[in-house]
Design a protein around this ligand. Structure first.
Ligand code: SF4
Ligand code: SF4
Length: 358
């Protein structure tokens, strides 16, 4: 746990004041309710403070597009002038603030930062990430029956990766200020005073009570997941999952730790210039692993599904000692074929001794 530099409190009735003040400090992204009848939430750039909704279960998409845009220009070229411009520098941009992000999504950002630093560092991603302040929100229960954050250890905050962490303690939020930047995000706002002893006692009690709300949904030793994947490499479970999957790619697009992209060149309508850009891609699409000569390394949906799961709980664990699944449940909610990550991981644990690699 981060040794918080400072504790503050904010009455819930004053949240609007803080949000409005933060909007003056940078571009604020926060959860917003998309429909009153069927509660769904989305991270959006905030222009009206009243639209921010902190009492949300989860969001359809994670807030990763704040640091990894869906589409990004890499090179502009001009055939007439015979020149091209590299976009290898991130354009100057205002501080971005992601407000009210759950702890599982903070873990996901930390994972992305680790991956983007590895090997050929993704300087654009890393620059945007460094210029993004994180104001997190501790959860008090699972979002719904699809999430399994407690099993993945992400219902608790990571050691680093956030500036401020909020806890709902009744009529107010308890704020843990964890970085130097955090002080600038509350400054000397009179509505965010230092805590009294009573607030600290209440906060500690709330943390203890919240722990009891999270049931353990995966009754397997998650540290063994890479070995379970290995043992089940040839399991018929992948045939069953592959037959159900319709290869829509939604599970990867909503995942807070997926980062694959495709690079494409596109000419302007005038044919005089154009751009090279990158755009989010999905390993579940049929062409993802296709290469020259008509070869496709993962032509079958069964292989692509197995690959997705291995990319979540096997390869990153082996390479970074991190899981790329934070148990948010978004992939399961988004899947029209009702393929559930929780079920897959349970099956891997249960079948680990049945199908040994031959
Ligand atoms: S694999 Fe599914 S449950 Fe795991 S982090 Fe991605 S979207 Fe969330
Ligand atoms: S969302 Fe479901 S159906 Fe679509 S690619 Fe993923 S697992 Fe397959």
């Amino acid at each position: 746990m981060v040794e918080a530099m400072e504790y503050r409190v904010l009455l819930k009735k004053d949240i609007r004041v803080w949000v409005e003040w933060l909007m003056g400090k940078g571009e604020l992204h926060a959860p917003v309710a998309k429909s009153a009848s069927h509660p769904q939430y989305q991270f959006e750039k905030i222009s009206q403070p009243d639209t921010v909704c902190l009492d949300y279960a989860t969001t359809i998409l994670p807030p990763k597009q704040c640091v990894q845009p869906v589409r990004e220009t890499l090179i502009r070229f001009d055939r007439v002038a015979n020149q091209f411009t590299l976009s290898d520098q991130v354009p100057e941009r205002r501080l971005h603030i992601i407000f009210g992000i759950h702890t599982c999504d903070i873990h996901a950002f930390n994972f992305l930062n680790t991956v983007m630093r590895d090997g050929n560092a993704d300087t654009q991603f890393l620059a945007r990430s460094a210029n993004t302040a994180i104001i997190g929100l501790r959860c008090r229960q699972h979002c719904d029956d699809k999430s399994f954050c407690e099993s993945m250890g992400t219902n608790e905050p990571p050691d680093t990766g956030y500036d401020i962490l909020m806890t709902d303690i009744g009529d107010r939020y308890f704020l843990e200020l964890a970085t130097e930047r955090a002080a600038k995000l509350v400054d000397d706002l009179s509505c965010i005073p230092h805590t009294g002893d009573e607030d600290v006692v209440k906060w500690r009690q709330m943390l203890a009570d919240s722990k009891k709300n999270f049931d353990r949904r995966l009754s397997i030793n998650i540290e063994e997941l890479p070995a379970y994947c290995e043992a089940n490499y040839h399991s018929p479970m992948w045939d069953v999952i592959g037959k159900k999957c319709v290869a829509c790619g939604s599970c990867t697009l909503v995942c807070p730790t997926c980062y694959c992209f495709d690079i494409r060149d596109e000419l302007d309508m005038s044919l005089q210039g154009g751009e090279r850009y990158r755009v989010w891609d999905s390993c579940q699409l049929g062409e993802f692993a296709a290469v020259a000569g008509g070869v496709n390394f993962r032509r079958d949906r069964r292989d692509r599904q197995r690959h997705r799961v291995h990319r979540k709980v096997k390869y990153p664990k082996e390479r970074y000692n991190l899981f790329a699944c934070v148990g948010c449940g978004r992939c399961s909610r988004a899947c029209i074929a009702d393929i559930q990550m929780l079920d897959i991981l349970r099956q891997l644990g249960a079948k680990s001794h049945e199908f040994q690699r031959t």
